[in-house]
Design a protein around this ligand. Sequence first.
Ligand code: UD1
Ligand code: UDP
Length: 359
Amino acid sequence: MKILTIIGARPQFIKAATVSRVIANNDNITEIIVHTGQHFDSNMSDVFFKEMGIPEPDYHLGIGGGNHGNQTGKMLIGIEEVLLKENPDLVLVYGDTNSTLAGALAACKLHIPIAHVEAGLRSFNKRMPEEINRILTDGVSDVLFTPTETANKNLSAEGVEEKRINLVGDVMYDAALYYGDFAELKSSILNEYELISKDFVLCTIHRAENTDDLNRLSDIFKNLEKVATKHRLILPLHPRTKAALENLKFNVLASNIVFVDPLGYIDMVMLEKHAKLIITDSGGVQKEAYFHKVPCITLRDETEWIELVQHGYNKLIKNFDTLLIEVEYSLKDVVFDNQMLYGNGDAADKIIEKLSSKM
Ligand code: UD1
Ligand code: UDP
């Protein structure tokens, strides 16, 4: 069986790493990897291939940034050419980025079966580009690999036939288990920034709804500064946010926040494990906070990972002026139990088992 995997953005490298490892151990499957080039800085792309042992892409389309139509359109053209040449048995796409949508759209028009990993998630906010990408990708995918019961319910509510839905758990949990101990051995990031375990807050901000509205972004950083006067706060800076802060004329050098360049996964996991609290608008980081039993505050109006909020591990904040108060509450109040909300850490095995049974 020939599987053609399409990836392009940071979280997709992390998701695909676990599945590609299982494929590499299966003699009956050949994987062709296509990197759209959506993320292209070495610390947004290459570092993950090196650290996580992802095979070098067979095709690199070098698309880069741009407006949605421009970026997705170029991907569609590039992916279609590769699909016509490779004629795979199946196209595998991950998550909800423009690379996901372009891959699914190119494949379905050529009548190539599609499997979507991380299917069924919904924020119910169609102003998010990711929500459009999810709905459309699920719509044209033949095999829907869901990470949670909530995702299954979302798909059922949309009338998706049961036979297309496969609850396998979250491939990011597989990665967290696999690389969690490894990070303890390999990462020196705590020493590098003189961070004391459980005595700092980790923060990531990159979501378009936060960075593209300068009032909202300013409000977020004003309140992060307040948190940073009381707690050591480290923030790996996404290129999108860096550009937006430059527009805002926010002087990172004069800030109380410790800004660092985007990190490789091993250093990021190390920070997540040793943070006392995480503040984020990332989808993946919300879950990783939970995997490593760290309370999380999410700077968004809604989340696709609703079970974390329901269990009290994650708190959504709409009024950013309450951030410091909420940080203090979360540090005192959040208790973790042994719920397994995202499967058993064998999602990648289940995905390949299912795909193999279709051969
Ligand atoms: C994309 C995804 C988002 C995901 C995020 C992960 C879409 C619509 N959005 O958002 O769902 O959460 O990736 O991080 O697909 N840039 C660089 N260097 C890079 C990468 C990006 O400078 O290596 C710049 C680009 O030039 C662009 C901006 O950052 O101007 C945004 O990049 P883009 O990939 O379009 O969207 P993200 O915000 O990264
Ligand atoms: N991540 C990383 N380095 C960083 C920031 C994030 O390795 O500097 C990892 C993080 O641990 C998670 C993934 O990137 O596995 C999340 O990606 P991101 O926040 O960019 O996108 P989202 O999950 O919101 O789509």
